[in-house]
Design a protein around this ligand. Structure first.
Ligand code: FE2
Length: 199
């Protein structure tokens, strides 16, 4: 266990928060400055009812030495982030992060508090594949990784309410398959709708 962070009560309803978390385009907008993400290449969405997996690549601009010094967690980020999100509707999104030296799981949890407020927090787990990586996580990267996750939550909190607020959809992008998954499950809950395999 690396720790927890980003514990916030956000002034938004559960559906809006889930749509934001499953909008794979927003990494390129909301979190672009943080991770220097150039583009989002959507790869695959595996739909298993209330459970799903999303895979996409995010090529990054190379961080400057100054940025690395400011936040050494950038050292962990590869040039192309190969994102894998494991989704359990409606309360959990697990971000899988793999590197040759360690594995990280960032768990985003969502708890509806009222019609207008949703609580979110992040639990982070890490496993080192090398003794030096273990020392790195325990002493150097722990705080930085948590800080990075906390900034992500802050950016999402900021954008929520400004976006998605009953905005009619005009264009459907391939990357919106996650948002469609959220809408479908939200409407059918607690009944599971069989995934549409013809898509
Ligand atoms: Fe986000």
């Amino acid at each position: 266990m690396i720790g927890f962070t980003g514990d916030r009560s956000v002034k938004t309803d559960l559906l809006t928060m889930l749509l934001n978390m499953h909008d794979y385009n927003h990494q390129n907008g909301t979190h672009r400055p943080l991770f220097e993400i150039e583009d989002v290449h959507f790869k695959q969405f595996i739909d298993k009812g209330f459970y799903s997996h999303a895979y996409f690549d995010m090529p990054r601009v190379k961080p400057s030495l100054r940025e690395i010094v400011k936040n050494p967690a950038f050292l962990v980020l590869p040039q192309v982030i190969q994102a894998h999100l494991e989704n359990c509707f409606p309360s959990l999104v697990i971000v899988h992060a793999e590197s040759p030296i360690f594995t990280i799981r960032e768990c985003h949890l969502f708890v509806p508090e009222s019609e207008t407020h949703t609580r979110t927090y992040v639990l982070m787990f890490g496993k080192a594949h090398h003794p030096i990586a273990h020392v790195l996580i325990a002493h150097v990267l722990k705080r930085n990784l948590l800080r990075l996750a906390s900034i992500v939550v802050e950016q999402d909190t900021d954008i929520l309410g400004k976006l998605y607020a009953n905005t009619p959809q005009h264009i459907k992008l391939n990357n919106e398959v996650g948002m469609d998954w959220v809408r479908r499950n939200f409407e059918s809950f607690p009944a599971v709708v069989e995934p549409n395999l013809s898509r």
